[in-house]
Design a protein around this ligand. Sequence first.
Ligand code: ADP
Ligand code: ZN
Ligand code: MG
Length: 279
Amino acid sequence: KRIDLIYTRLRTEERMILDALRKRECEVQLHQDSDLVLSLDAERWSGGNVVLMRSMSLTRSRYLAAILEVKGARVVNSSQAITTCGDKILTNLALAAHGVPMPWSFAGFEEEACVAEIERRGYPVVTKPAVGSWGRMVARIEGRSAAEGLMQMRFETGGAQDHVGLVQQYIDKPGYDLRVYVMGRAVGGIRRRSEHWVTNTARGAVPERYEVPESHAKLAERAAAAVGADIAAVDLLETREGEILVNEVNHCVEFARSIEFARIPLPELIAEYTAGVHP
Ligand code: ADP
Ligand code: ZN
Ligand code: MG
């Protein structure tokens, strides 16, 4: 079976997935995203029917997936899933539309309007860029002056596409968050423990093995289905009361820092899923 793998850099993840695909006797064609120049028409592309998207760039992966779909390819994940997961406002909307529990959140489009709504809802709250990852610029707001400063920054820096305020309920987690890997079904997960409330492994959180209970697995599967993702890493937040909420869904699963702790064969599972996809 032929698989076309699009990448930005061959990181640990891409190398391991490549090995796993080749072990399954897949014929893998590699494409660096920066080399691809594709005509905007419905003519078939020179590549195969199944594309595994591993580009690190949201702009590239979203457009490439959309173009290749029109050219007849089945892209994992789909352009629709990449678009939804790549934007936390669209993710929250998809989760809400499917009744998936999540922290309350709102979007606003002007500084004073956002501050007024934060004041109305009460502190603490979290604000983060609608488009972003690795825990960058995720901020907790404890009071009015921080709200004013952060909202001023949100609306007076960046470009027009950045001028949207996303504000969420702050969830007081018990020192970790949970990540469940879904490939059609939940295949396992990790707990990310940190002294800091931002628990990205890119920010120093320590991954631990976690036996995913059935209820968490089902919730993660519902979240992945809500955003239309084939393969996803679903982040869950646990409240002190033990309630589980979905925080976000990541469409390009990274595992270099966590694979040895997770003890889940993620590259093999990704290869198996992709090889089993029908074009
Ligand atoms: P990113 O895409 O950058 O990972 P996240 O929304 O996952 O963005 O936020 C990064 C981390 O910040 C989460 O893993 C979690 O530890 C913490 N965090 C984010 N939102 C909240 C929230 N509403 N309440 C508590 N912690 C949060
Ligand atoms: Zn993310
Ligand atoms: Mg995250």
